[in-house]
Design a protein around this ligand. Structure first.
Ligand code: F3S
Length: 293
């Protein structure tokens, strides 16, 4: 069984930075929290919780003067204000690309544009961008939703950093017919495109694709979906423990990719497991040949 690794996979710049910043907080004095899971990966979240960094969902349950880590998805201006009132130490791990999208929404609003945020409605990053538009932005997730918009004279467009470039362009084409003036801030981050392209490059060549990453990670699920749409047999797994040797019987090539929130150690464990399977399956083939003589 040949194993092919995607050229670009695993932690992106923003996630690596956020995890490193959280790591630096271990052992600091006082209570330390992350506002929401630091990344969409349950295994990483557990490792931090084991070291005393707990997830909270809002600041009301946080003691005054403790430390709060803001994850790469970012938050709205209200959170910074609340943190100041509670005298919290803020470790701001918002990805710089997300900051740009938040700033773009804020500036477009100040410049008199109606802000359209192209992205997934329930994604925390989109929620944070919406808050920077003073909750006045309109979130558009699909081409159909864009088509339903009324005519808006001045339209400013921001996009979720991890959104599909292709779908975004189709939505922009529709939005262009809905306004007299439009400003577009192309805030999609290349990390997502690179991971998607690398996954597709190998998905076409292999019998099975393994996509490693949190089931709650939007970017990992999208990688799995894209490989599936490309015709691959896909297993979306969080850890090597989910792999079953019988699923690889007769398989000649396996592609491996991982979402932007998947740490190297989880990817490494999958490689090791696949090596073990390789040996087991080789043994099985030999046994059958001997049996048939
Ligand atoms: Fe940032 Fe792009 Fe990662 S926006 S968090 S580097 S996917």
């Amino acid at each position: 069984m040949k194993i092919i690794a995607a050229e670009h996979q695993g932690f992106c710049y923003g996630v690596k930075r956020a995890v490193a910043m959280a790591q630096e907080c271990i052992g600091m004095e006082g209570n330390i929290h992350t506002l929401g899971p630091i990344i969409h990966n349950p295994q990483v979240v557990k490792r931090f919780s084991d070291k005393g960094i707990e997830v909270v969902n809002d600041l009301s349950s946080v003691d005054d003067e403790s430390t709060v880590i803001i994850r790469s998805h970012g938050v709205g201006p209200d959170i910074y204000a609340k943190a100041q009132t509670k005298k919290l130490t803020v470790v701001d791990a918002t990805c710089p690309h997300v900051k740009k999208a938040q700033q773009a929404a804020y500036e477009l609003l100040q410049d008199g544009f109606a802000v359209v945020i192209v992205g997934e409605k329930h994604h925390p990053e989109v929620k944070s961008i919406l808050e920077w538009s003073n909750n006045q932005g309109i979130v558009v997730e699909t081409v159909e939703e864009a088509m339903q918009l009324p005519l808006i004279p001045k339209l400013g467009v921001v996009v979720q950093t991890t959104f599909s470039g292709e779908v975004f362009q189709t939505i922009v084409n529709v939005l262009q017919t809905k306004c007299n003036e439009m400003q577009i801030r192309r805030t999609i981050c290349t990390a997502t495109d690179l991971r998607q392209q690398s996954a597709l490059d190998i998905a076409a060549k292999v019998d099975v694709m393994l996509v490693i990453g949190g089931k709650n990670s939007a970017n990992t699920s999208r990688l799995a979906q894209l490989c599936h749409d490309a015709g691959s047999r896909v297993y979306h797994i969080e850890t090597a423990a989910e792999l079953r040797v019988e699923d690889f019987s007769g398989v000649e090539t396996v592609g491996i990719t991982a979402g932007a929130s998947t740490p190297d150690w989880l990817i490494e464990e999958v490689y090791q497991k696949m090596q073990e399977f390789n040996q087991l399956l080789d043994n099985e083939v030999i046994k059958l040949e001997q049996g048939s003589i």
